[in-house]
Design a protein around this ligand. Structure first.
Ligand code: HEM
Length: 152
């Protein structure tokens, strides 16, 4: 009787595993924010926001990049970084965060401004609270490498 019961329980567990789809929690952040389409929408909105940010453009090195107006290329490379760093395809082809920003002398305040714009973009696109928390933590983790200005 015990053997039959054990076999039945085993079968039940197997049936549940097959029928019940993987929960949303098991999906990567990349999948939960809408895959490449979600990333593209966020990067598109964010970069347009950053290019016209008057405070960021007071930094002459940042302003120079914005004036060169290679906006489409910047959106592309940034999208690949986001994809790779949210558990999507590993296709980032740019520099590491330290080497990519060293010449810009970015301050903590400028870093905060960028993170604020990121959050605005996420709200604008209706990204979930949980995902926003994870995205913001992932961005915050870059601060040490990105911020190189001597003063705040
Ligand atoms: C929050 C984390 C950040 C991430 C994930 C990020 C991501 C990137 C990536 C992937 C690149 C391309 C690197 C390359 O060309 O090889 C880049 C370049 C750049 N980033 Fe960031 N960035 C961050 C913070 C910032 C901040 C805070 C600023 C300005 C205040 C900034 C301004 C720029 C500019 C202007 C470039 C272009 C540099 C150039 O082409 O000379 N980034 N960033």
């Amino acid at each position: 009787m015990k053997v039959i019961l054990n076999a039945a329980m085993g079968f039940l567990a197997l049936a549940i595993a097959i029928v019940v789809p993987a929960s949303a929690e098991e999906k990567s952040l990349y999948e939960r924010i809408g895959g490449y389409k979600g990333v593209a929408a966020a990067v598109d909105d964010l970069v347009d926001r950053l290019y016209v940010n008057k405070t960021l453009n007071q930094n002459t090195a940042i302003n120079l990049v914005h004036e060169q107006n290679e906006r489409a290329a910047f959106k592309l490379i940034l999208a690949t970084w986001v994809m790779e760093n949210t558990g999507g395809p590993k296709i980032y082809f740019g520099r590491d965060m330290g080497n990519g920003h060293a010449h810009l002398s970015i301050s903590n305040r400028e870093f905060d401004i960028v993170l604020t714009e990121c959050k605005t973009t996420f709200y604008q696109l209706g990204v979930g609270e949980k995902e926003i928390g994870e995205l913001m933590a992932g961005l915050e983790a870059q601060r040490e490498e990105v911020v190189t200005a001597k003063s705040n």
